[in-house]
Design a protein. Sequence first.
Length: 144
Amino acid sequence: MRRLLLVTLVAACAVLPAAAREVTPAEKRVIPSVADLPGCADPAVLDRVSGSFADKEAGFWNSSLTIVAYDHVRPLAWRPWGLDFLPRRFCTATATVSDGMRRRVDYSVREDMDLFGKGWGVEFCVTGLDRNLAFSPACRMARP
């Protein structure tokens, strides 16, 4: 009898939709989020990606590679996981690297992600130059 009750309960839980949870937008938290992020093509965003890329290449890989130009900059997603997550803007572009190669760069602009947790920061991956495979495979983990 207990076994039948247990099987019935498990089956009912599998059929029922997941319990709904209350969604509190990040802007309405005790420490609210502002959700005022620059766009994908904003020069400050692209400069930050370029600077971080050059620093990473020089500091970790003893490489002089830099990003010299961007084109085909476009957004991929805005807050893809919902209102209750910290605001993030996901973008992609084609970057011309100083070695002459054109590579896809996937990046996100994230609120409260700069050095002191205020303002915005970026996280990026240049396809073919993710040497430590942090965003493997092929920078997929840098996209939403």
